[in-house]
Design a protein around this ligand. Structure first.
Ligand SMILES: Nc1nc2c(ncn2[C@@H]2O[C@H](COP(=O)(O)OP(=O)(O)OP(=O)(O)O)[C@@H](O)[C@H]2O)c(=O)[nH]1
Ligand SMILES: [Mg+2]
Ligand SMILES: [Zn+2]
Length: 360
């Protein structure tokens, strides 16, 4: 790697990206990392600092998948042209990892949350917000994107130590083995434990509902009030304080991406990601009598018998069935959509033929 790219290491650039850039022939341009996105204008950062750039026309006219647009965390290739004070983003270096969610509604599109993330900090408050099902959903999303999860439980000042212990036990008995850190932004207790896992040159992304204390935690870690925070109702409903994603660099060189709080989201992709949160169930499934067992009513089902004998938590099992059926539903609607697209394609073709405009 060149000395410039060695400096880019501090922003997370490594051999993996170097290889990808060479493979795809993207070595000619200046490289920078996306720190924030405001519509067509992006804030990027390289070894010399932060600057604003624009998207090449290609992105606006040719790219139709939202996930193909650069997002926070992406490495991009920038070109300067003397007639314009802005640099132009020409390409996005392949993503090593990503966090994405299904766009709202029935469509099958994904929205990027952030890319090239080493660790996702999944934040839930001990008070009101705590929900194991939602935690499992986040874990599926995080693991699908090849990101390592760490769970943060905030607002420990609002619950008793026993209640906190109970929450941690709930997490464990759901078969979740990710690291859990508890903290209070008010008393400061536990914040140092978070600080310890934040390493120089690595990128962390905060995920979680509105009002759980993501921005307050960042302000704590930075020791300055740079992220806007707001008093919320106890349920955290109705107000989103953080409105854009932004890559922030801590004094020790770790990078953090703050996120606006997320509402319930459809995050289910393939069962590939489910395998990690439900490893225990997949393990049992290998012992079912039938290889295509649905684990709902078949004789000789090892999953059902584990539920019956109590070695597998019923709630965890039910969650699995629920998530799986949503996942199948999404796959189904995808297939149906493809079918419709094909049928429409045929219709257009035959209509063109009728009008004599088909090209040979
Ligand atoms: N009691 C208590 N309050 C906290 C703690 N952390 C944050 N808060 C309060 O919770 C409210 C919301 O905090 P924010 O940091 O804005 O929450 P956020 O997760 O960034 O919310 P969005 O930006 O809307 O997603 C603020 O009033 C904070 O002071 C904590 O550990 N204990
Ligand atoms: Mg915030
Ligand atoms: Zn079975």
């Amino acid at each position: 790697m060149s000395s410039a790219s060695l400096q880019l290491n501090q922003l997370g650039w490594d051999e993996w990206f170097d290889t990808k850039a060479k493979e795809t022939g993207l070595t000619e341009h200046r490289l920078a990392r996306v720190a924030a996105v405001d519509r067509e204008q992006l804030l990027v950062r390289d070894e010399s600092g932060e600057f604003r750039v624009k998207l090449a026309g290609r992105f606006l006219y040719v790219t139709d998948q939202p996930i193909d647009f650069p997002c926070v965390g992406d490495w991009v290739c920038i070109q300067y042209n003397s007639s314009d004070m802005f640099g132009i983003i020409h390409d996005v270096i392949p993503r090593k990892s990503f966090l994405r969610r299904k766009a709202a509604g029935d469509n099958i599109e994904f929205q990027m949350i952030a890319s090239n993330i080493d660790v996702a900090l999944i934040v839930q408050s001990c008070h009101f917000d705590f929900n194991v099902n939602r935690l499992e959903r986040y874990l599926v999303m995080v693991r699908n994107g090849h990101v390592h999860p760490v769970i943060l439980l905030t607002k420990t000042d609002l619950v008793s130590p026993e209640a906190l212990q109970q929450l941690i036990e709930e997490i464990r008995s759901a078969g979740i083995n990710a690291e859990v850190l508890a903290l209070s932004n008010i008393t400061g207790e536990g914040v140092d434990n978070v600080r310890e896992i934040l390493l120089s040159g690595k990128t962390y992304c905060l995920l979680g509902s509105s009002g759980v204390g993501k921005s307050t935690l960042i302000n704590q870690l930075i020791g300055r009030h740079i992220q806007e925070t707001k008093v919320v109702s106890d349920t955290g409903e109705g107000r989103h304080t953080t409105v854009r994603r932004e890559l922030i660099i801590l004094n020790n060189g770790a990078m953090l991406i703050d996120n606006p709080g997320m509402r319930e989201f459809g995050i289910l992709e393939a069962e590939e990601g489910m395998g990690n949160s439900f490893a225990d169930i997949y393990e049992l499934a290998s012992k079912c009598k039938y290889s295509d067992c649905s684990h709902t009513n078949e004789p000789g089902c090892a999953v059902l018998s584990a539920v019956e004998e109590g070695s597998l938590q019923r709630a965890h099992y039910q969650n699995f069935i629920k998530l799986r059926s949503e996942s199948e539903f999404h796959d189904l609607s995808y297939l149906e959509k493809r079918k419709k697209d094909k049928a429409f394609g045929r219709f257009i073709k035959s209509a063109k033929k009728d009008m004599g405009i088909t090209r040979k």
